[in-house]
Design a protein around this ligand. Structure first.
Ligand SMILES: [Zn+2]
Length: 400
């Protein structure tokens, strides 16, 4: 659909009523009027100048998408979300090679989970994001190599001085080096983090006291699979990366018994532990990416690659980070009162149009990770002090 057609359609739409058509419109648009004007120019959409602008672009994109999904679930007719495309990005500029150049402004280390489609949830188009996806979004050797490649190819690195005393150092063409940000993106209900918690948590002496904890599989069973069904230690290696230090820090901050000892408290504790570990795992992956990013020299400070982390929640399609907005997930499809109960957040947080902390810098070290673990765990524990709070927590973790 052309841009003009989209505008015309918007103008023709009736005001939102209580009876939407039931159609969800997510539109990839391209303005055909560009065609005769710029046959030889590069008509890329402008890329962010620096890491902060890249963070703003992604957070704004997520807010747009989450608001759109909230409107779809609600009673109002949702306004279409438009993702503009540029001619070059869809192969519209003939080149000798025939391929459009790759010019991403951000790289994302995400999970393989099908419920977390990265471009969609950030409302980005072609050639915006360079994405590595692996179960549990951990920085193993393969993803590390892919991110190294993104830095070498797309980041504005300081040019190497050519050999010879008289030759000047070449300048960096920033339009060809647009990468300004790498994001580690986790997501709620992550199967890989759940497996890491359920296998390794049982090894902790504390949890051995718990009666009848839910179990996915034992570590010993997992090791037995190696050789028969698994070619190497890829699964155990991946779970180990999640366990240390994310699951370990989550267990320390949210020990057994911190959500009471009544019936159902074990399930609640493990669900909270998994959710906390998901935040910590994303934060620690980002911490590891910082070490990788710091191996390079950038052309100047303004174009240095920044690193952030966030956690996507498929229930309300918002990305969050840190402890401030933890637990404010809302679901407009909930039929009881229109919204899922949240806990411990300011009124209005999580509702359409209300900003949340989308992407934040990772903790600098293990002490910082433990601090984050304590801040989130304290919010969970504070809410779990009353019967009503425990009910809200159970609903939040989908146990009711
Ligand atoms: Zn996952």
């Amino acid at each position: 659909m052309t841009k003009n057609a989209v505008e015309a359609q918007k103008a023709a739409e009736p005001a939102a009523t209580g009876t939407g058509s039931g159609t969800i419109e997510l539109i990839y648009s391209f303005d055909r009027s560009q065609l005769p004007k710029q046959p030889k120019q590069d008509p890329s959409r402008k890329k962010p100048d620096n890491a902060d602008d890249a963070v703003k672009k992604l957070c704004k994109g997520n807010e747009k998408f989450a608001d759109f999904i909230a409107q779809c679930k609600g009673h109002d007719k949702p306004r279409p979300v438009e993702v503009p495309l540029a001619l070059r990005e869809i192969g519209g500029i003939p080149k000798p090679s025939g391929f459009p150049a790759q010019l991403p402004f951000a790289a994302v280390l995400g999970c393989v989970d099908a419920r977390a489609p990265v471009e969609l949830l950030f409302t980005q188009g072609f050639d915006d994001l360079y994405i590595s996806r692996i179960a549990g979004n951990t920085l193993g050797p393969d993803c590390s190599g892919s991110l190294h490649y993104s830095l070498l190819s797309f980041a504005a690195l300081k040019p190497q001085k050519p050999k010879g005393p008289t030759k000047p150092t070449p300048s960096v063409d920033l339009t060809k080096k647009p990468l300004r940000l790498i994001v580690a993106l986790g997501h709620s209900d992550c199967g890989a983090v759940t497996a890491a918690v359920l296998t390794f948590a049982k090894l902790k002496e504390d949890l051995e006291e718990v009666t009848d904890p839910p179990k996915l599989f034992e570590l010993e069973e997992l090791l037995d699979l190696e050789g028969d069904y698994l070619p190497d230690d890829s699964v155990t290696g991946l779970l180990t990366r999640i366990h240390h230090p994310a699951v370990a820090a989550a267990l320390d901050a949210l020990p057994v018994g911190s959500l009471g000892t009544e019936t159902g408290s074990t399930d609640l504790h493990i669900a909270a532990l998994i959710d906390l570990a998901i935040y910590l795992n994303a934060a620690w992956s980002a911490n590891q990416i910082v070490s990788l990013v710091q191996q390079y020299d950038y052309a100047d400070a303004d174009v240095a690659v920044g690193v952030r982390y966030g956690v996507f929640d498929p229930r309300d399609c918002r990305v969050r980070a840190g402890s401030e907005n933890y637990g404010d997930t809302k679901d407009a499809s909930d039929s009881t009162d229109g919204l899922l109960k949240s806990f411990g957040v300011a009124p209005g947080a999580g509702q359409p149009g209300v900003s949340v902390a989308c992407l934040l810098p990772p903790p600098a070290d293990l002490a910082g990770l433990r601090k984050l673990a304590t801040e989130i765990a304290d919010k969970i524990k504070a809410r779990g002090k009353t019967k009503e709070g425990l009910r809200d927590l159970a609903k939040h973790f989908n146990l009711q």
